[in-house]
Design a protein around this ligand. Structure first.
Ligand code: GEK
Length: 244
């Protein structure tokens, strides 16, 4: 992860909080924002690296969908031992893509990387041995999420791996409130104020609609994944592995 500016985007009172967007202002502070907001983010990135060592096969493609600044791409490039592979990072934010390319070029690695601007809803996935959706599906319109997962399943080799990390919601109000409180405590302990937490929550209200874990697992099964298990959870953030 590159050094970045401190995330102060929501630190002063805004008269009207705009919907959250992955624009140039967010790109500038993104590594700081994600590591102070998502519990377990670094553990998930390190595990993606380990999984790439195990699951990426020779002569295959690896996809990082919603790659942002390429943290998972770099982790996989470090982990992969298979030969003749290519990593394809995709994001629909031009500001992210521009910075991601600079970031990737700053590091050396044996596996070639293509960073492409595109929409993961209809992005072609071919001959894949590993696909990563690290906190991206939650930003896709809910009616299009099954299409994204089916497209990935179709493009994965049998035995290929999908890592799907998301923020969860649950219908159980007691559990939901408990997890949200724990997450807000986590953000406070990382230096965010109550005002920042509240304004960011408002900004995300319409653009990040979270699913329950059971909906996610059902979607993966329907798309043809044979082995599905959560491997990580901290508060309302979790990661699943799904093998075709
Ligand atoms: C990481 N995976 O650091 N098509 C392509 N990209 C999209 C789309 C779309 N339809 N919608 C949103 N994005 C990264 C973190 S961040 C998660 C992923 C977060 C992109 C969006 O531009 C952003 O870069 C990314 O998905 C989500 O491991 O910030 O909480």
């Amino acid at each position: 992860m590159s050094r970045s500016e401190t995330d102060l985007i929501f630190s002063s009172k805004q008269s009207k909080v705009k919907d959250f967007a992955f624009d140039a202002q967010v790109v500038e502070v993104f590594p700081d924002m994600i590591s102070r907001s998502v519990p377990g983010y670094n553990t998930i990135i390190e595990t993606i690296s380990r999984l790439s060592q195990q699951y990426v096969s020779n002569d295959s493609n690896i996809y990082d969908l919603g790659c942002s600044l390429g943290a998972a791409t770099l982790a996989m490039r470090k982990g992969i031992t298979a030969k003749n592979c290519k990593i394809i990072g995709v994001d629909n934010s031009p500001a992210m893509i521009e910075r991601c390319k600079m970031h990737i070029n700053a590091f050396k690695g044996d596996t070639p990387v293509d960073i492409l601007e595109g929409n993961i809803v209809d992005f072609p996935i071919n001959n894949a041995s590993m696909v990563v959706l690290n906190f991206t599906l939650q930003f896709i319109e809910p009616t299009q999420r099954s299409q994204v997962i089916e497209n990935i399943a179709d493009g994965l080799q049998t035995g290929g791996l999908l890592v799907l990390s998301e923020k969860l919601s649950t219908d159980d109000d007691v559990c939901q409130n408990l997890l949200v409180d724990l997450h807000h405590d986590f953000k406070r302990s990382n230096g965010y104020s109550d005002l920042e937490i509240a304004q960011k929550r408002t900004a995300l209200e319409k653009v990040m609609l979270t699913d329950s874990v059971s909906i996610q697992v059902e979607r993966l099964k329907n798309a043809g994944f044979s082995h599905i298990t959560p491997w990580f959870q901290c508060f309302n953030f979790y990661s699943l592995i799904a093998i075709k």
